[in-house]
Design a binder for this molecule. Structure first.
Ligand code: FES
Length: 194
């Protein structure tokens, strides 16, 4: 009997000892854990932000992104432009065999000039501004000619030709086009009515 009581005390004593071993973390340890968790959170947010920043903001074929245009749909020189409403641009082929991609929004107050075949020009329905096939200002309140989008043309026998910084037409000079890419995030403003 005495042995049983002694044994029970030993067990209780062991349990007490075990309880003492799992002490709560000290104030210093607690702060250390909080700091570690904050660092993990910070690094996770920074990584997510970097990935988001590196992803393209617009998909291909969506206004604000890159469009591929079928070379077979490039108009004959001097004829009506090919309009792509979803990309908000017109592809024009000028009389001197130049290719130019015009932003379809009027430079006055943002209406949408339409190509009027009978007058062979763009006419804005809002305040009457008129523009030539290459977007050059003719008349009306628009402060400058139509804006252009930077375009990359790949020729069968030549390297890529890209629109220059003032938006001049790309001269085709009889070369066979095998690819056209239009960057609708890169709008080039003309310097006035030229
Ligand atoms: S918005 Fe085109 S002329 Fe005013």
């Amino acid at each position: 009997m005495v042995t049983a009581v002694a044994s029970q005390r030993t067990v209780t004593s062991k349990a007490e000892t075990t309880q003492l071993e799992v002490n709560a973390p000290s104030r210093r340890e607690f702060l250390y854990y909080i700091w570690g968790a904050s660092m993990v959170l910070f690094l996770g947010e920074a990584t997510a932000g970097l990935i988001w920043f590196m992803l393209p903001r617009f998909k291909q074929g969506e206004f604000g992104g890159i469009f591929t245009f079928n070379p077979a749909e490039v108009p004959v020189a001097g004829t009506a432009p090919a309009s792509v409403p979803v990309g908000r641009f017109h592809v024009s082929r000028t009389d001197d065999d130049g290719l130019i991609v015009l932003y379809s929004v009027c430079t006055h107050l943002g209406c949408l000039p339409k190509w009027v075949e009978t007058n062979h020009r763009f006419e804005c329905p809002c305040h009457g501004s008129k523009f030539e096939l290459d977007g050059k200002y003719i008349e009306g309140p628009a402060p400058r000619s139509l804006d252009r989008f930077r375009t990359m043309v790949t020729f069968e026998d030549n390297p890529i030709a890209t629109t220059n910084d003032v938006g001049d037409p790309i001269l085709l000079e009889g070369h066979l086009i095998v690819g056209i890419r239009i960057d609708t995030s890169d709008r080039i403003k003309r310097l006035g009515r030229v």
